[in-house]
Write a protein that binds this ligand. Structure first.
Ligand code: 5GP
Ligand code: ZN
Length: 140
């Protein structure tokens, strides 16, 4: 998909809007988040516009994730973090605010207080089988 004219991350990819560029090649760009959850918080984007993970060529998604080990390691080592969250918000309900696919690399520290409630539930009788067949039916 071509660059979306009103998309801030397309503008960053094109260099129209400045960003602190961590790494890039012809297909992808990593840059520092302007409002970091912790110093070193990095975003990885495809240079081609895609709204979210549902909207991207799987080959490009694979290419993005190929960059994840080195980025996670660099962010962790540079910040001396205890861990890293790799996060991709898909849809406003999931916390997505910028609708150009991006993967967060967030340095995490023991006791940093970040996180969200993981309200784990349980399936009722028969529900897991029903859900399984629904999801599998959408895989095609
Ligand atoms: P989302 O909530 O969509 O998963 O995350 C969007 C992220 O993009 C946020 O963490 C936000 O701070 C970051 N962000 C939004 N606008 C800009 C910008 O203009 N420059 C940079 N570097 N980061 C941005
Ligand atoms: Zn875009």
């Amino acid at each position: 998909m071509a660059a979306a004219t009103d998309c801030i991350f397309c503008k960053i990819a094109e260099g129209v809007i400045p960003a602190h560029r961590v790494w890039e090649d012809d297909r992808a760009l990593a840059f520092l988040d302007i409002n970091p959850l912790a110093a070193g918080h990095t975003l990885l984007i495809p240079k081609l516009h895609a709204a979210d993970i549902r909207d991207i060529d799987p080959e490009l998604a694979a290419f993005l994730f190929l960059q994840a080990p080195k980025l996670a390691k660099a962010v962790q080592q540079a910040t001396s973090a205890d861990g890293v969250n790799i996060l991709q918000n898909t849809g406003a309900a999931a916390g997505q605010a910028v609708f150009h696919l991006h993967i967060h690399f967030i340095p995490r520290f023991e006791g940093d207080g970040l996180g969200y409630r993981w309200n784990a539930g349980q399936y009722g009788a028969g529900e897991v089988e029903e859900m399984l067949s629904k999801i599998q039916g959408k895989l095609g």
